[in-house]
Design a protein around this ligand. Structure first.
Ligand code: FAD
Length: 218
């Protein structure tokens, strides 16, 4: 479990385009994780580490939650699960843009993170099944970006209309034709077809580091 946390940290550290103060904090915690002996650690110990960091925790991760892109219409909707998807889409795109070495690295970190730490056990199980089915076939960075996009759409399809759906953010096959007209096409028999040559550049732009507002003010 502890080793898996370390893999997650490693992927975030390499590819997350975060503020310097946050990345320094993560780097320092990661070094401590690498040097830690033993197979497990209590939450209290981990929390103590964070509290005793030289980098001010308050500056890197200010107290209180302020959701922006994942703000729900009511407090129990969107937020953390939305943040997990968004984080990993950004990481797959950054791994492609910054020349990672292993196309499966980010997806494996996500798979392990979701398997070990994601509170919704049904969700984790479904994700694990999808990963077991086809993650090993991902052998380019573009394929990793598209794999996560298509699996996210499978989840959207499965959970559309569920209680967890925010009525202001209906689960759709994403991106919508309004967001990316060129991503959609029709087969000769009239069935919908994704134009992956258009979807990929759309995802690369949508989840690029330049789309992140590091100084967002309400
Ligand atoms: P989310 O689905 O969380 O998406 C976040 C944002 O990503 C969207 O607002 C949109 O901007 C963008 N987006 C949407 N679709 C795509 C796509 N295909 N590719 C790229 N970007 C996209 N809930 C369940 O009820 N059952 C489950 O089995 C389940 N499995 C989950 C598995 C995982 C790994 C995770 C992280 C979450 C799972 N959830 C599941 C939660 C669910 O998928 C949503 O995260 C949650 O309902 C919040 O939805 P949201 O409207 O904020 O959008």
């Amino acid at each position: 479990m502890y080793f898996l946390l370390s893999l997650f940290y490693s992927a975030v550290l390499q590819f997350f385009p975060g503020r310097l103060v946050l990345m320094n904090l993560l780097k320092s915690v990661n070094t401590r994780l690498q040097n830690h002996t033993g197979n497990e650690m209590s939450y209290e110990t981990f929390r103590e580490w964070l509290d005793n960091e030289d980098q001010s925790l308050d500056t890197a991760l200010p107290e209180g939650e302020r959701w922006v892109g994942c703000q729900g219409s009511v407090p129990h909707l969107r937020r953390y699960p939305c943040g997990i998807w968004t984080l990993f889409h950004v990481l797959t795109v950054q791994a492609k843009n910054t020349g990672g070495t292993d196309p499966q690295e980010v997806l494996s970190a996500m798979r392990n993170y979701v398997h070990s730490f994601f509170g919704c056990r049904d969700c984790a199980e479904h994700f694990q099944i999808m990963a077991t089915e086809s993650l090993s076939e991902v052998n380019t960075f573009s394929a990793a970006v598209l794999w996560l996009w298509s699996r996210h759409n499978r989840v959207n399809n499965r959970v559309a209309g569920a209680l967890s759906e925010d009525p202001n953010f209906p689960k759709i096959q994403w991106p919508s034709p309004e967001m990316c007209p060129g991503c959609h096409s029709l087969k000769e028999n009239g069935e919908h077809r994704w134009v992956q040559d258009q979807v990929l550049p759309f995802l690369l732009a949508h989840f690029s580091s330049s789309s992140i507002l590091t100084d967002y003010l309400e």
